[in-house]
Structures are given as structure tokens and as C-alpha cells.
Write a protein that binds this ligand. Structure first.
Ligand SMILES: [Zn+2]
Length: 849
């Protein structure tokens, strides 16, 4: 007998104002596994918050006995190393079972998924109805009850704390993960988070599922339930079978929901599948059917009341609340509760599992067919592949890109003879990603120069660009600053497959001193380790020569004394940085140098749901070994900021969210729709206000440094009174300027301390705003442009309308303010901890210079 959820938790799952908490859910999963021979639960590891990250495998007892064989077949079909004989294929198809992965509540405030998973587990573990048995016989279900257990705990505890008060059901005031909020579902290819890596091991690598279901919530006032397929644009290199299978499963599930009398089900809009960074969308690029479900939100577990006239379409795929082909049965309004969400999520999961079960052979055969077609297409259609030259500007980051591609299941080779691309010959040992491979769509999309489609479906009736659902590019090589070369001729070079990469072992002779190359991101880790141990480090302002190598401005230097050698060797070996041993007196040879010290770093943190880019900034700081202090309003307003820090970072944000003033008015104006803040408890309403701005001004004038990134530069000209403006504020027509997250070409002053170690031409990420301009004033010389847009050919990847607006404008300004300085990053140097190519522009700001 399997214990019923109601018996175990003491309430019915989905009941108003009741949420099962993660620790109890984990207990329940293990209990069910001990009571049923259909279920096996494993812990993949711990989250940053110390919670268990578990996954359940569910199938018939017979299948559970031969899981390893089923796994093997699944991957053999999805990832064949050679074409299969017909007989062999048929044998695998009949012996194999379909594999479906289900994830829940990666966005922890979207509580339904995790709660529903309890019911789904119980149903599959205990029921003997025909439908369930059919599913178990034909499908292996891999169920992740929560993609973000830390957030689940935070949300449940916060919800329970305010239950019965006027703040009941308000969303969590801070980020629902140590390092990020909603953006944890933008980590699908960068795999920064440990949870992402757990998932990738199962879904990208070990199991090669045919179908992936991801349960989310959306806003409260549209459809009740969205089910894939999404809407155009689609990526043309994804095999059409994948789109058709998605339509098939989504439509089947929607039909089943209609049969149950569930109203308000929408398919085909307003979500789009044309980006790679979300887990459900990356599935398509791996030939996996990705089913997204989005349920209308209640107030966490508290019912919400909705007037019929408040219901609306989204203006993308559906414009009003009346029957449409993709929304044939409108919901009439009224009360909306967690139990409605649980019911529709459970029904849809079961429906999809059943549809896969009765079409098992088709899904297995198609997995193979799609792989084969991608292999063939890559032989037929240019580009034929991409060369990643060994080394490059930052060889360790090049290796990180290769390691990442391997984790994503992309096949990579090293050529055993020189290979030609265009008129250039690349030497033996260069890395090659041929596009003749099963995951061709993914490899192509991440490595090509992708231009977002500017076509009929991406413009509205007035010719205005329709905003992409996420940013407009995901060219990971550009993000990381790694040069990749397109191969436009068929490939014939001899090559050998790469299964893993690691930096060469570090070897260091004891010498008078050691130079550390400023071009490597990892050099900053080494420097930070040494600084933390009290080692003196210098930086050369000029180009130097050391050990026969020429190094651009900004080289780090340590002299040998005490245990410096051991410390350096250990720190360098850990990350693969190769220091250069020198026996000359470099400090005398290059007198233009200075001692580097890490500044006392502060990072501004606010409430109102938290600021995701703040989380990612801490992620990068932690990873590279920077010490920092979290600064909140009280410290800023106290006027004592200078006692704690030398520099304060304001990650990308909107000024009203930082000051806490006129948030609703300002945000309504920006979003062009009414914006109302949830009624947060007073202790979670933040903002440093005018008083804080005045104190920040005093801080910088008396010698402090203020770092503002992306949208946060508003603080510079609206708050600190700098002679700078953002040209996008005066352009309201998106036909004149539009840059919804694109990589842009920029010129870096590598002789300026902020530009040390950078290549002269870099790609930078701009999301919407700002476009900076220094207003002509009496003190023009106080403003230095460290990164500047070229005159033209600015767009590298993504979508840009109005290049002329950016032409020759500064993208990074260092401004002198009194005795201190303000740094205005008119782009996103550490965007989602993904833009490794511009990390150094940020790191350099964190030291004396
Ligand atoms: Zn979501």
C-alpha cells in the first residue's frame, strides 16, 4: 500500500492556504519509493542552501529492473555514432521505452508544480487503472519534484509567516535562490547553477529523453492554462518533426482538458520557442519535444478573485477575451485557486504521458530519425562546422567554452592535420565542431553569428518590432569572447573526438619574480588569492616583455619572497594559469607601475522581489574570489558608507526600484501598462530615496567610487548630477531605436586601467538601454570613454534597429566626481554571469589603479 498524500501531509494537496514544504516532500518521495516497486528516488546532491536535490524514476516494475538497458537504448537512438541497420533499429524500438522528464517550479513562487508532483507520484505509484498501467508499461518518467528546492523552502516559510495577515499571499520580497531569481531558467546552456548541472547530467547527457515537460505559472489575468506549442518565430534549423510532435502532444493534452470541462486553455500563444537559455526551449535544439505549461497564478496558495472585465489576451497571438481558434473556451472569471492549478497540471501530465505511451514506437523512431536527418543536413548545408582555434585571447576561457559544449552534448573534435577556412589555414590540434551531428541545431545556434529574424511575425501592424520573448541572441562564443570561425567548405580533415578538456599542468621555476597575464580571467582569481594572503602585487601600465613573451598593459607582477612561490603555484595550478618566471628586475625595467590593492567592495541589495543581476554579480564575485559587503539602504542613508567600502556596485536596475520613490508611476510609464506593487510588509519596502542619493553624492565627492551597470546608470545623471544623458529616454518610437538584448561590437582602450587585459575589439551586451552621451559642459575632461562604439557595423548578433544612434558613442565612461569617481557601464558586463568576454572590464574596477 502506498501512503496517500492526504494521510502523510494532513491536508489535500492544492487545498487553500496549504503548502507542503520541501523537507516533508523529500520524506514523502522516499516513503513512496520504499512502498512501491515502481519508484526509485535518488539524491543528486545538495543545493547552495543545503537542501537535497532529488529525482524520481517511475515505471513498471519490469522496466525498473532494466532501467540501465532502457537508458542505453534511449541514447543510442538519440545519439547514434553510425546509421543503424533496419533490423537493429526495429529491435531497439521494440525493446526500448519512451523517456519523459518532468520538472516543476523552477520559479519557486510558481508553487503549483511541486505540489502537483506529489499527486502525480502517488497516482503513478499506486493506481492500477488502464491508463496508468499503459503509461508505466511504455514510459520511464523522470520526475524532478522541484528544480529549485531552496526557493521552495523560502516561499513556503514566507507564505506561512504572513498567513492570516494583510500581507498574505504577497510574493517573496527577495530572490528565491542564493544567486538568482527568475533567471535561473536562463541558465540552460551556461549551467552556472548547481541545480542546472544536476538536471543537465540527466536530461542532456545520461538519458536522452524524447519528451520534456516543464510546469510554470504565468500572470493571473490571461488564460487559465497555456500548453505548448508556442508561436512564431521558430528556429528553422530545428527538425520539423520536433515542432510537429510538440503540436501533437500539446493539442492532445488540451483536448483531454476540454473533455474534463476545463475552461480557459490556450495553446500557440503568447510564448515563443526561439531562444536557447530556458530549459524547455533548449530541448527543441536537442531534438527533444519541449512541453511548457503555464498556469494562471493565484496568490501563492491563497485564492484570487478576478472580474470578467479584467481578463485579457496578451496582444501577441490573442488580443481579447473571446473565443479564438487557439483559445476556444474562455474562462468566465471568478475565484481562482491552487486546487484548479493542481488539477489542470496533473491532468495535462497524465494526458501527455499517455499520448507518449500509446505512441511509444513513433517517438523512439523519430528520435533516431531526427538525429540522422541532422547528421545528413550538416553534410549537405553550409556552414559545415566551426573551428575553435586553440589558445586565443584567453586560452582558459576557450577551454571553458569547449567544456560547456561537451556538457551540452555537442560533439567536438581535434583536427590531426591543418584545416582551411576561407583563406586561413588553422594548425593541427585546432578544435572543430562539425555540424554533421545529432545536436546540429544547438551547436549551430550557439556558435553562429545569429541575427534575430526581422520578418512579418516580428513586426506589428504599425511596423514596430515585436519584442522577443527573451533577449535576441545566445551566441555563447561571443558572450565568452572566444573567437570561432565558420567553415564554409565541406570538411575532410582527419580528426579525433574530444571527450574532456583540462588546462595543461602548471609548471613554475623558482625565480626572482613572476608575471601573471592580465588577458586571462582566471588570472584575477590567482591575484585575489595572493592578495588575500597579504602578498604584494604590482601592475605595469606599459606593455612589457617577460620570458620572451610580450604582454599588453596591465600585467600583474609578484616578487619572490617568503612563501609567495608556494602560494602562487598552488593558486595558479588550481585554475590552470601559467605564471611567467622572471629573473630580471622588472620593476626597474618598467618604472611605470603601481601596487594593486583590492578595494573594499560593497554591492547594493534591495527588496521588491530582489534584483536578479545583483544575484549574478555576487555569483561572479564569489567565483573569482572577491570579498564584498552587502549594502542596504540604512548604510547608504547613514552617510557612513565610506567607513565600510571604497566602491559600491549598483547592478542593472531601474532607479525607482533603488530609491523606492514613485515606483508605480514610473514603472507604469515604462511598461506602458498599469503597474501595481504587491502590498509588501513595511519591513520589506526598500529604497534609499533623495536622502540616500545625497549621501551617495557626498560619498563619491569625498573619494568613493560608484559602479553603475546597465539601467542603473540612471543614478548617475538623475541622481548624482553628472553631465551625461541616455539618448534612449528621448526616443519613444521603437522603429528608431531597438536593441532587445544583442551583442554589439565595441572598441576598448586597453591602455586605460579599466581596459587592461581586454582585446581591442570586444563584443558587449546591450539590453534596451542606455545609450550614453556626455553633455557638452565646462568639465568635459572629467569624462573618459574607455569603451566606445565604432562608427558602423556595430551589430554582432541579435537585433538592432537604429545603429546610427550608437555610432561613436561611449559605452563605458569613467567620470571624475570631486575626489572620487563614477563608472558608467552603458552595457551589461556580467550579464547573467554569462558574458565572460567582458568580465575584466568589471574586475579592473575593483582594485586601486
Ligand atoms: Zn516560470
Amino acid at each position: 500500500m502506498v501512503t496517500k498524500p492526504e494521510e502523510f501531509f494532513g491536508f489535500k494537496i492544492g487545498e487553500d492556504r496549504k503548502l507542503a514544504r520541501w523537507d516533508r516532500i523529500v520524506e514523502y518521495y522516499y516513503k513512496v519509493a520504499s512502498e512501491s516497486n515502481r519508484v526509485k528516488v535518488i539524491e543528486m546532491g545538495k543545493t547552495p542552501g543545503g537542501n537535497s536535490f532529488i529525482v524520481a524514476f517511475i515505471s513498471s516494475p519490469e522496466n525498473m529492473e532494466r532501467l540501465e538497458r532502457i537508458r542505453e537504448i534511449s541514447c543510442k537512438l538519440a545519439n547514434p555514432d553510425r546509421p543503424l541497420e533496419r533490423e537493429e533499429l526495429e529491435k531497439l524500438v521494440s525493446e526500448g521505452r519512451a523517456v519523459v522528464v518532468i520538472t516543476n517550479s523552477i520559479h519557486a513562487t510558481e508553487v503549483g508544480g511541486t505540489q502537483t508532483s506529489i499527486e502525480l507520484l502517488y497516482r503513478l505509484a499506486s493506481s492500477n487503472d488502464e491508463e496508468t498501467l499503459k503509461i508505466l508499461e511504455n514510459v520511464v518518467v523522470i520526475l524532478f519534484p522541484s528544480f529549485n528546492p531552496d526557493g521552495q523552502v523560502m516561499v513556503v516559510d514566507y507564505y506561512n509567516k504572513y498567513l492570516g495577515t494583510e500581507y498574505e499571499g504577497t510574493p517573496l520580497p527577495w530572490l528565491y535562490h542564493t544567486y538568482c531569481g527568475h533567471d535561473n531558467n536562463r541558465d540552460a546552456y551556461m549551467l552556472n547553477l548547481v541545480e542546472s548541472r544536476f538536471f543537465a547530467k540527466i536530461a542532456y547527457h545520461d538519458w536522452c529523453p524524447q519528451v520534456y515537460i516543464d510546469h510554470h505559472h504565468m500572470g493571473s489575468y490571461g488564460a487559465r492554462f497555456f500548453l505548448s506549442p508556442e508561436m512564431d518565430p521558430i528556429y528553422p534549423d530545428v527538425d520539423p518533426i520536433t515542432w510537429r510532435e510538440t503540436q501533437f502532444l500539446g493539442t492532445y493534452a488540451a483536448t483531454r482538458l476540454e473533455m474534463e470541462g476545463i475552461k480557459g486553455v490556450e495553446t500557440g500563444a503568447p510564448f515563443t520557442p526561439d531562444f536557447v537559455s530556458a530549459f524547455q526551449t533548449i530541448a527543441y535544439f536537442m531534438n527533444i519535444v519541449g512541453i511548457l505549461t503555464e498556469s494562471a497564478s493565484a496568490k501563492i496558495a491563497t485564492p484570487i478573485y478576478i472580474h470578467p472585465h479584467q481578463l485579457r489576451g496578451y496582444g501577441r497571438g490573442r488580443f481579447a477575451d473571446r473565443p479564438y481558434m487557439n483559445y476556444p473556451n474562455p474562462w468566465p472569471g471568478g475565484w481562482w485557486r491552487l486546487s484548479d492549478i493542481v488539477r489542470q497540471q496533473l491532468l495535462s501530465s497524465i494526458a501527455i504521458l499517455y499520448a507518449v505511451a500509446i505512441n511509444r514506437e513513433m517517438f523512439l523512431r523519430n528520435a533516431y530519425l531526427k538525429a540522422l536527418r541532422n547528421i545528413e543536413r550538416g553534410l549537405r548545408e553550409p556552414p559545415y562546422g566551426f573551428i575553435i582555434p586553440e589558445g586565443g585571447h584567453d586560452p582558459l576561457t576557450t577551454l571553458k567554452l569547449i567544456d560547456l559544449l561537451l556538457k551540452l552534448g555537442v560533439k567536438i573534435y581535434r583536427v590531426l592535420e591543418p584545416i582551411k577556412a576561407g583563406s586561413v589555414i588553422y594548425p593541427e590540434g585546432s578544435y572543430l565542431v562539425p555540424l554533421s551531428q545529432p545536436r546540429r541545431p544547438l551547436a549551430k545556434r550557439l556558435l553562429e553569428r545569429y541575427l534575430y529574424p526581422d520578418i512579418d511575425v516580428t513586426r506589428d501592424k504599425d511596423g514596430k518590432p515585436v519584442r522577443p520573448y527573451d533577449i535576441a541572441t545566445d551566441t555563447v562564443a561571443d558572450f565568452m569572447g572566444v573567437t570561432v570561425i565558420e567553415v564554409t567548405e565541406p570538411i575532410s580533415a582527419k580528426m579525433v573526438q574530444v571527450s574532456s578538456v583540462a588546462p595543461p599542468a602548471v609548471r613554475l621555476e623558482k625565480a626572482r619574480g613572476y608575471v601573471i597575464d592580465p588577458r586571462l580571467n582566471d588570472s584575477y582569481r590567482v591575484v585575489n588569492r595572493l592578495l588575500a594572503a597579504g602578498v604584494k602585487i604590482w601592475r605595469f601600465r606599459d606593455r612589457i616583455e617577460a620570458g620572451g613573451v610580450e604582454i599588453p598593459p596591465g600585467a600583474f607582477y609578484v616578487e619572490d619572497s617568503g612563501n609567495t612561490y608556494d602560494l602562487l603555484l598552488e593558486a595558479a595550478s588550481q585554475v590552470g594559469v601559467q605564471p611567467i618566471a622572471v629573473n630580471r628586475d622588472l620593476l626597474t625595467s618598467y618604472p611605470n607601475h603601481y601596487e594593486v590593492k583590492m578595494l573594499r567592495i560593497g554591492i547594493y541589495q534591495r527588496y521588491y522581489g530582489g534584483n536578479m543581476e545583483e544575484g549574478w554579480t555576487r555569483y561572479v564575485l564569489d567565483n573569482y574570489g572577491y570579498q564584498y559587503t552587502i549594502i542596504r539602504d540604512d548604510v547608504i542613508k547613514s552617510g557612513k558608507l565610506g567607513e565600510y567600502v571604497d566602491t559600491i556596485i549598483f547592478p542593472d536596475d531601474a532607479l525607482p526600484m533603488m530609491t523606492g520613490e514613485n515606483i508605480e508611476e514610473e514603472m507604469s510609464k515604462r511598461l506602458k501598462r498599469p503597474f501595481k506593487l504587491p502590498p509588501y510588509p513595511p519591513e520589506y519596502r526598500s529604497g534609499f530615496g533623495k536622502e540616500g542619493i545625497q549621501r551617495l553624492k557626498e560619498f563619491v565627492e569625498s573619494g568613493g567610487e560608484i559602479i553603475m551597470m546597465g539601467g542603473a546608470v540612471e543614478l548617475a545623471y538623475k541622481g548624482l548630477g553628472l553631465a551625461v544623458r541616455d539618448l534612449t529616454e528621448e526616443i519613444t518610437d521603437t522603429r528608431q531605436f531597438f536593441c532587445p538584448g544583442s551583442m554589439l561590437r565595441a572598441i576598448v582602450d586597453i591602455e586605460h586601467p579599466l581596459g587592461y587585459g581586454m582585446p581591442r575589439i570586444a563584443y558587449i551586451m546591450l539590453v534596451d538601454k542606455p545609450v550614453l552621451e556626455v553633455i557638452p559642459s565646462h568639465n568635459n575632461e572629467d569624462y573618459v570613454s574607455v569603451v566606445t562604439y565604432p562608427e558602423r557595423d556595430i551589430l554582432r548578433s541579435g537585433w538592432l534597429i537604429g545603429e546610427n544612434i550608437l555610432s561613436r558613442k561611449p559605452a563605458l565612461i569613467e567620470a571624475r566626481v570631486g575626489k572620487g569617481r563614477a563608472l558608467l557601464y552603458g552595457f551589461r558586463p556580467i550579464f547573467r554571469a554569462q558574458t565572460h568576454g567582458t568580465f575584466k572590464l568589471f574586475f579592473n574596477a575593483l582594485y586601486t589603479r
